[in-house]
Ligand binder design. Structure first.
Ligand SMILES: C[C@H](O)[C@H](O)[C@@H](O)[C@@H](O)C(=O)O
Ligand SMILES: [Mg+2]
Length: 394
């Protein structure tokens, strides 16, 4: 049978949550005075939406073959990413075989090198790459995990990110990661207030449940060191993304300063094998947390994972739903994954990209069995009532 040829690439945008999961209403834990690099400005202290964390929206990439088979993926990127897909990247796909994933990735990356390398352009490339893997799975009628080496375990376990680690333990998760909500200007009092919360969570979850803080690029090395030392007393397992992504030197220094046994992690806003090589070779972190929708897609994440493995480091992808579950299931050095609690009070498990995807699997009792991923491609479909907008054509 002839290999299907890519006939058309389409880039749509969707607003309101979904892959742009920070786009939530007031009262959601994920936007409750969380510390950020902008929080030192009073106008941007209360909500990350005030500085525009939700300006992009969701990018939906659809790729259709000459035989009428369609693959798709969603990521963060919205209209500007749609422009990049339609007006630049599509030319490297249309007319190509569905199997040319590696060559297409190399051309998309090198053709955008003069204005890309990281950030939005890599989000767009990631969206296209994930849609290509979904398409190949639809054509071959195979789940993605079967096409990238096959499962190395029957199920994967998750830690929960949200405001209620105490509830997450009861839901079967192996740990709970909270967002750090104080800034350096709030000094020792801010750390004390946070440690009171951590202490209550430790009392509620017992001595062995993992507790972590996500610091979302908001700290200095000195402040992060103080946070790590204070948290260590309460069994804090890791401090995540304390510093801006490009401060490789700061991360290496922080790792030298934190108490023995405290893990320093980062990577969700890093991209490509070169960015993660830098993090690993400079000793910036104890494990890496790439987002498969932002780092270059699955094709690039497989390369990143091999580099991490050569350093003896784990890859624990940033919460990205099915797009990372197939990867985690097939990697020896990815023994657990993140699940982002998207319910406003972090008190129930809801699909991460809700309401965009049908058949989006969620952990049951904090774990996901391989059988939940046994449909072709990534195993999800776009919700039929989703309002797609195609802002650009080519
Ligand atoms: C909870 C964090 O502030 C971010 O909102 C989250 O997207 C990310 O950093 C994470 O690790 O889940
Ligand atoms: Mg994080």
């Amino acid at each position: 049978m002839a290999t299907p040829i890519i006939r058309q690439v389409r880039a749509h945008t969707v607003t309101g949550g979904g892959a742009d999961y920070h786009d939530q209403d007031d009262g959601h834990w994920i936007d409750d005075r969380i510390a950020t690099p902008m929080a030192k400005y009073p106008a941007y202290r209360d909500s990350r939406r005030d500085f525009g964390i939700n300006v992009l929206g969701t990018l939906v990439v659809e790729i259709e073959t000459d035989t009428g088979v369609t693959g798709f993926a969603v990521t963060t990127g919205g209209e500007p990413a749609a422009f990049i897909v339609e007006r630049h990247l599509a030319r490297f796909l249309e007319g190509r075989k569905v199997t040319e994933i590696e060559a297409i990735w190399d051309q998309m990356f090198n053709a955008t090198l003069y204005y890309g390398r990281r950030g939005l352009v890599l989000n767009a490339i990631s969206g296209v790459d994930l849609a290509l893997w979904d398409l190949l799975g639809q054509v071959r009628q195979e789940p993605v995990h079967a096409m990238i080496g096959g499962a190395v375990r029957d199920e994967q376990v998750f830690y929960a990110t949200g405001a209620r680690p105490d509830l997450a333990k009861g839901m079967g998760f192996i740990g709970g990661k909270m967002a750090w909500r104080h800034i350096e200007a709030e000094g020792a009092q801010g750390i004390r207030e946070e440690m009171e919360i951590l202490g209550r969570m430790r009392d509620a979850t017992g001595p062995d449940f993992w507790l972590m803080y996500d610091c979302w690029m908001s700290m200095s090395v000195d402040y992060a060191t103080r946070v790590a030392r204070a948290g260590h007393e309460l069994g804090l397992k890791w401090v995540e993304e304390c510093l801006p992504p490009d401060d490789f030197w700061g991360y290496a220094e922080l790792r030298r300063r934190v108490p023995q046994g405290m893990l320093v992690t980062t990577g969700e806003h890093e991209a490509t094998r070169w960015g993660f090589r830098m993090l690993l070779e400079m000793g910036c972190c104890d494990f890496i947390q790439p987002d498969v929708g932002w780092c270059g897609g699955l094709t690039e994440l497989l390369k990143i994972s091999a580099i991490a493995d050569s350093h003896g480091k784990m890859v624990v992808p940033h919460g990205s739903s099915v797009y990372s579950y197939h990867f985690v299931m097939t990697r020896q050095n990815s023994p657990f994954a993140e699940f982002l609690m998207m319910a406003p009070k972090a008190d129930e498990v809801v699909p991460m990209f809700s309401p965009m995807l049908e058949n989006e699997p969620v952990p049951q009792n904090g774990r996901l069995h391989i059988s939940a991923l046994d449909r072709p491609g990534f195993g999800v479909t776009l919700a039929p009532d989703l309002k797609l907008n195609r802002p650009y054509t080519h």
